[in-house]
Ligand binder design. Sequence first.
Ligand SMILES: Nc1nc2c(ncn2[C@@H]2O[C@H](COP(=O)(O)OP(=O)(O)OP(=O)(O)O)[C@@H](O)[C@H]2O)c(=O)[nH]1
Ligand SMILES: [Mg+2]
Length: 283
Amino acid sequence: MAYAYLFKYIIIGDTGVGKSCLLLQFTDKRFQPVHDLTIGVEFGARMITIDGKQIKLQIWDTAGQEAFRSITRSYYRGAAGALLVYDITRRDTFNHLTTWLEDARQHSNSNMVIMLIGNKSDLESRREVKKEEGEAFAREHGLVFMETSAKTAANVEEAFINTAKEIYEKIQEGVFDINNEVTSAVHFHFFDLESRREVKKEEGEAFAREHGLVFMETSAKTAANVEEAFINTAKEIYEKIQEGVFDINNEANGIKIGPQHSTGGGAGSAGGAGAGAAGGGCC
Ligand SMILES: Nc1nc2c(ncn2[C@@H]2O[C@H](COP(=O)(O)OP(=O)(O)OP(=O)(O)O)[C@@H](O)[C@H]2O)c(=O)[nH]1
Ligand SMILES: [Mg+2]
């Protein structure tokens, strides 16, 4: 779908604060009660409208666990917005905010809009951090603040959309350079631009052969070979699993066993993952 802008977001904060659940609530309008630890990063997307303009939010949900910190740091780059999340029922997650903020400021664009989120507002009886404390921290550090519940969906839309409004205002004020990759809409042109071709198909094939890669020319514009590129990659991975090359019990390999997995060798469905805005999987 066409859009006027694409805003890249990153969601950060300690493990278990509800980052993946916030994303799932925003993209799929549902709640996942079980903590399914994020490994590395996951991804989701949704279209919103601001000032009559279509804006695509591309959201990177990072792993809160310390072990993944060096991977997740690389995702700050090019982010226009960040949701910094703590859990109102766990004071330690609030105490770690300064460290998160230092990390974010060090690795991101200086104009990045940071929204501070106190999540799990539905668990009032277990509250350890007062709303006023969140407000004070935000004021002190120049952040926008909101308490949310990924369970009841309270303020979830607002958190994502208000961040986009702040970014949009900064664009209007000329603070963001929209010709920079950070906020501008991205256009891909590949082999639909045959007349402007500078690299022969044979050169791509030769490079791939030489380095043991699979090769394909695609057009994200006409959709030519796009399905094939993603699905053929999955087929290669699936074959490697069958051959026992991948250790599927080690999630660090980028493979996770799902609830429908059976060792009985069923074919499984290789087909399209279903359209829609939500790319991905949280929880
Ligand atoms: N009651 C309540 N539970 C929540 C809420 N948000 C998340 N949870 C629960 O908190 C746990 C952790 O949620 P996740 O979204 O997986 O946490 P995360 O921040 O993504 O954790 P990592 O991926 O390890 O960094 C899960 O059991 C969720 O069901 C909320 O708003 N209210
Ligand atoms: Mg997560």
